[in-house]
Design a protein around this ligand. Sequence first.
Ligand SMILES: [Mn+2]
Length: 323
Amino acid sequence: MLDPSRRYDLIGDVHGCAHTLEHLLDTLGYRRQGGVWRHPQRQAVFLGDIIDRGPRIREALHIVHDMVEAGEAWCIMGNHEFNALGWVTPALPGSGKAHVREHTPRHLRLIEATLDQVAQHPKDWQDFLGWFYQLPLFVDAGRFRLVHACWDSTLIGPLRQAFPDGRVDQHFVQASSVPNSFAANVFDRLLRGTDMRLPDGMAITGGDGLTRAFFRTKFWEDDPQTYGDVVFQPDALPDAVARTPLSAREKQSLLRYGADEPLLFVGHYWRSGRPAPIRPNLACLDYSAVLYGKLVAYRLDDEQVLDPRKFVWVDVTRPEHRP
Ligand SMILES: [Mn+2]
């Protein structure tokens, strides 16, 4: 797996922004040689979510896949790659579903751009789906760790007993069709993060137009007191909710990734503003490239503490036009 003594450029959610990705790789000193982006000294590491939403999904997949196959990059699984696997995988008999990821209008809306763009290239899409099984759910390189959304050692411990390199198989994806199974909990927690139900049956409609009864929470806060202390998403909570105290039970259910644990990199959270560490050992590299934000990288050398000067990004000032 990853060599902790090497130097890596960690890259957040691409979501089909292939031109922006090329711009970022170029900025980082990578050059396309023999059809593959390469750097003379460094390797790229993608934090998942290469597909969905953006205008050049197939191109983005080719860039990342070809780099990984050539030994120039690594890539872990994002919730969108898992969704794609679930979309094509029959659910376990008796689960009451036809597919692991049910073909609802809401789910279709999220995967639609990908299905449209690969429609004329079914062989490519089959190959990419096969490749998604090669993407680990987590990487523990000792000095640093990678996961798409949330490092939960209570799940990663048993998961690595079954899948030491973090790569799961079709049985495990199928097993996740049963709610609250170990497999379902692993995918939910590692690829989607922690969340909390809004009080009193409340729901909020996010910037992406989807309505949710849950909000995404931090998994590292040491002593949070209110909902506002733990919210971690672009859509603000209503003031009254933000001021609501957390119950003892809610506090106990929160995860705490310790300040003394190895460096941890995640994507997933649609951050905005100037890229910076969340804490000295924790960085999120998803700055909503596909929503006119930034495609962000962190240049990791041998530091023990994250350096705010080592974030590199490309601003997306206008949408990539569909080809
Ligand atoms: Mn994402």
